[in-house]
Design a protein around this ligand. Structure first.
Ligand code: CA
Length: 231
């Protein structure tokens, strides 16, 4: 049983991007572009987490947050607020909006996904997906096991974390710095070329013969995990 996430965001492109990445993580995602729509969906679907944009067309995300907190049935639903850089982010820090956490736009998707999972680990740990899937590649977090079709892919611990991190942001260019921070941690004193070495090992383990290479190198930018063309 996967966690249900409701995205309340009026920017269609951003909502779509969030949906794509959350679904890749195994979440069941719904989307509302106004507070009114969101209230209907919350009553119907009882989401496990709401990602709520501060600026919405009719009434604001803060007002919606207040209403959710005021009702007995919805009071406990965790809320991750999205705010724009500038005034609002300063105000949200000072205000007690009732949100559990917030992310300032423009945010990095790996960071947002990490916040989403951190909240759910606290509030609904049993509903975090154990298995990530992309085409015929499956990564089982609980069993620490990766398969491609019927074949087991043997990975070292670093390659496993690297693949897990990349599968969490499919289709996105991840810079060497983002990979370093996400896989080794911000405090690791590791050369960015180390990332290339581990990417090379991961590729050799994942790709046999004429199989599609899901890791694409983007010159001067980083790497993309993209498994959509194969399967
Ligand atoms: Ca907005």
């Amino acid at each position: 049983m996967s966690a249900r996430v409701l995205i309340v965001e009026d920017e269609a492109a951003l909502a779509e991007l969030l949906r794509y990445n959350l679904e890749a993580e195994g979440f069941i995602v719904s989307h509302a572009s106004t507070g009114e729509e969101a209230e209907l969906l919350i009553a119907e679907e009882k989401p496990d987490l709401i990602i709520l944009d501060w600026m919405l067309p009719t009434f604001s995300g803060v007002e919606l947050c207040r209403r959710i907190r005021a009702r007995q049935e919805t009071r406990a639903i965790p809320i991750l607020m999205l705010t724009a850089r500038g005034e609002e982010s300063d105000r949200i820090r000072g205000l007690s909006t009732g949100a559990d956490d917030y992310v300032v736009k423009p945010f990095s998707l790996p960071e947002l996904m990490a916040r989403v999972k951190a909240i759910l680990r606290r509030t609904a740990p049993e509903r975090l997906a154990d298995v990530l899937r992309a085409g015929e590649i499956e990564l089982d977090r609980a069993a620490h096991r990766v398969t491609r079709g019927n074949r087991e892919v043997r990975l070292g611990p670093t390659e496993f974390r690297l693949l897990e991190f990349m599968m969490q942001s499919p289709g996105r260019v991840l810079s060497r710095e983002q990979l370093l921070n996400g896989v080794w941690g911000r405090d690791a004193y590791i050369d960015e070329r180390t990332v290339d070495v581990h990417i090379g090992r991961l590729r050799r383990a994942l790709v046999r013969g004429k199989e599609h290479d899901p890791i694409r190198t983007v010159r001067g930018a980083g790497y993309v995990f993209d498994q959509r063309r194969s399967a």
